[in-house]
Design a protein around this ligand. Structure first.
Ligand SMILES: Cc1cc2nc3c(=O)[nH]c(=O)nc-3n(C[C@H](O)[C@H](O)[C@H](O)COP(=O)(O)O)c2cc1C
Length: 216
């Protein structure tokens, strides 16, 4: 593949929030997950787990759980300063109920040897606690799951599917883990909603010069 082809794949992928109701073949979804498992991941530990949900009732149950959480949050008096944004969020949080397929990405905690040392040391050493704080800021397992999610989105796009990375379902993390009977040692990171795209949105990016600096 030349760089122009790769560039076009990366730049033409968009988050899709409306889908046609056509079935997505299992083999495509399975291939997207298989390719996702080739993403870089901490220590090649591969402590991830993927669940492909095509059962409409199960997708609706997950979406209802997310909507309930959003409704509860929207009822709190603390939303006052951000009421308009919260109400918009509340309205646009469970639309993934219309996706023909939803893929859950779950992780188990990954502890590198450094984490083990730092965790053992931090109760007696503020420096160990400070360094562990840096690692907690960007947990390796979350970084690994994100690499898998990105790879999956690109694969789904190349297959002609429209997909969306969803972090908002974390509002109903426990409920979704229960609905999907996920073992206690695994935790939800995100959902990927997928189907044949029913929209073709355009989105842009800041010029790279605004977000990049070289140190030479
Ligand atoms: C970590 C992460 C979480 C996201 N969570 C949501 C979400 O909960 N709901 C949603 O509609 N979009 C979600 N998105 C999609 C972003 O809104 C989208 O990627 C962004 O607006 C840029 O649009 P594009 O992907 O079409 O370039 C998420 C994306 C990422 C990477």
């Amino acid at each position: 593949m030349d760089i122009e082809t790769l560039e076009s794949l990366i730049k033409n992928r968009r988050s899709i929030r409306k889908w046609k109701q056509d079935d997505v073949p299992d083999e495509l979804l399975k291939k997207a997950v298989e390719l996702a498992t080739w993403a870089p991941n901490g220590g090649n530990y591969q402590g991830w787990h993927f669940v492909i949900v095509k059962n409409k009732d199960v997708i609706v149950k997950m979406a209802d759980a997310v909507q309930s959480a959003a409704d509860m949050i929207a009822s709190w008096p603390e939303i006052k300063s951000w009421e308009e944004d919260v109400k918009r969020y509340q309205k646009n949080t469970s639309f993934f109920r219309n996706a023909p397929a939803v893929i859950g990405i779950f992780i188990s905690e990954y502890r590198s040897v450094m984490d083990k040392v730092l965790l053992a040391r931090e109760p007696v050493d503020s420096e160990a606690n400070r360094i562990m704080g840096f690692r907690r800021f960007a947990p390796t397992a979350i970084q690994s799951a994100s690499a898998a999610a990105t790879t999956m989105l690109l694969a789904l796009h190349q297959m002609g599917l429209g997909a969306l990375w969803l972090a908002s379902p974390l509002m109903a993390k426990k409920e979704i883990e229960t609905i999907l009977k996920i073992p206690a040692e695994m935790g939800l990171v995100c959902l990927i909603a997928a189907g044949y795209a029913g929209e073709s949105p355009q989105r842009d990016r800041k010029p790279v010069g605004e977000v990049l600096e070289f140190v030479r």
